[in-house]
Design a protein around this ligand. Structure first.
Ligand SMILES: NC(=O)C1=CN([C@@H]2O[C@H](COP(=O)(O)OP(=O)(O)OC[C@H]3O[C@@H](n4cnc5c(N)ncnc54)[C@H](OP(=O)(O)O)[C@@H]3O)[C@@H](O)[C@H]2O)C=CC1
Ligand SMILES: CC(C)(CO)C(=O)C(=O)O
Length: 301
């Protein structure tokens, strides 16, 4: 199976790198700066360096079987345009992005037969010198057609292509609900850590921190419930435990903010707060977190 990973950053670089190490037929669609960096240094993962096969948008060579979309939300439109020549009639496009707005954009670009859902769980960063580092043992991709049906033969083919490469990969018949539950978790974690400018454990050790986390979690669950995607018991537990931890857990939004880089505020918190407004759900803590990030964004050049 020909696999194209769009973006060789924290998520795309990590999962694509492991796939390359496992001998899969992987190419990275990258922009010229990253292409030059990878040509000079290779793709450096935690303990290994891979010599990746890369391509830039102007040199895409026809359709791939599987596309893993691993760009930030603010680069989505360009990435969808760039990858279009690689999407043929039978291609499957699986997103690793957080939030939900990319689903609609992918369906508009490629249709529901080719645009699938995807959930990626990992805590990873790109260091200033271009290495990909992982902060925890978590590394998982769940994927599936938006319809939920797993009888499409491409499901088994994608599972085989992603399986046995050193990370968890599985097809899910509830990918839209799974994405919502991930959104609830990440929006909560992102809101708490960026508003308080601290990892979760530090928030919970501060006066009022635990109550603040519980409040954020309650608001997030209320939004999802009003939108018809009430988190299932397992997801509620993950959310509550996550926001109550004494560990230094962070979010990619927090780490982007600490580096002074753009944060995916609109796609993750803006859309979430808009969903609350649509259903008349009061979300003062999440709204404050979004306002905070909007001010942060306005101060980036
Ligand atoms: N990091 C994490 O721990 C997690 C992140 N996520 C989500 O995954 C998504 C990706 O995040 P992450 O991997 O961290 O982001 P990164 O910024 O680390 O990587 C994104 C990469 O996409 C590249 N890119 C942007 N536009 C294009 C394009 N048109 N063509 C090719 N490459 C492009 C960037 O390239 P360039 O180097 O040229 O700028 C960059 O290297 C986000 O939605 C994030 O929320 C989900 C779970 C965990
Ligand atoms: C939920 C979490 C923390 C891990 O996948 C994440 O998606 C992120 O930090 O962006």
């Amino acid at each position: 199976m020909r696999i194209l990973v769009v973006g060789a950053g924290a998520t795309g670089g990590h999962f694509g790198g492991l796939l390359a190490i496992a001998g899969r037929d992987v190419t990275f669609l990258v922009r010229p700066g990253r292409a030059a960096h990878l040509a000079e240094h290779g793709l450096r993962l935690d303990e290994t360096t891979v010599t990746p096969r890369t391509v830039t948008a102007d040199r895409l060579d026809g359709p791939y079987d599987l596309v893993l979309l691993a760009v930030k939300s603010f680069h989505l439109e360009q990435a969808l345009a760039d990858v279009a020549p690689a999407v043929g009639p039978g291609t499957v496009v699986v997103p690793l992005l957080n939030g939900m707005r990319h689903v609609e954009r992918m369906v508009a670009a490629f249709g529901r037969e080719r645009a699938w859902g995807g959930v990626c769980m990992i805590h990873a960063d790109v260091t200033p010198d271009g290495r990909i580092v992982r902060m925890t043992g978590l590394q998982r991709i769940a994927f599936g057609p938006l319809s939920g049906g797993l009888d499409d033969p491409r499901v088994a083919a994608v599972a085989e292509a992603l399986g046995g490469a050193g990370f968890d990969a599985f097809a899910t018949p509830t990918v839209v609900q799974d994405m919502w539950e991930k959104w609830v978790f990440l929006a909560s974690l992102g809101a708490a850590t960026t508003l308080m400018r601290a990892p979760v454990g530090d928030i919970n050790r501060a006066p009022g921190g635990t109550a603040f986390g519980a409040r954020i979690a309650a608001e997030s669950m209320a939004i999802a419930t009003a939108a018809g995607h009430a988190p299932r018991p397992g997801a509620v537990k993950v959310l509550r435990d996550g926001l109550a931890t004494d560990e230094r857990m962070t979010s990619s939004m927090y780490r982007d903010m600490m580096r002074g880089e753009p944060v995916e505020a609109d796609a993750i918190l803006g859309d979430f707060v808009a969903e609350a407004a649509k259903h008349d759900v009061p979300v003062p803590a999440l709204s404050a977190a979004y306002t905070n990030l909007a001010i942060y964004a306005s101060r980036l050049v």
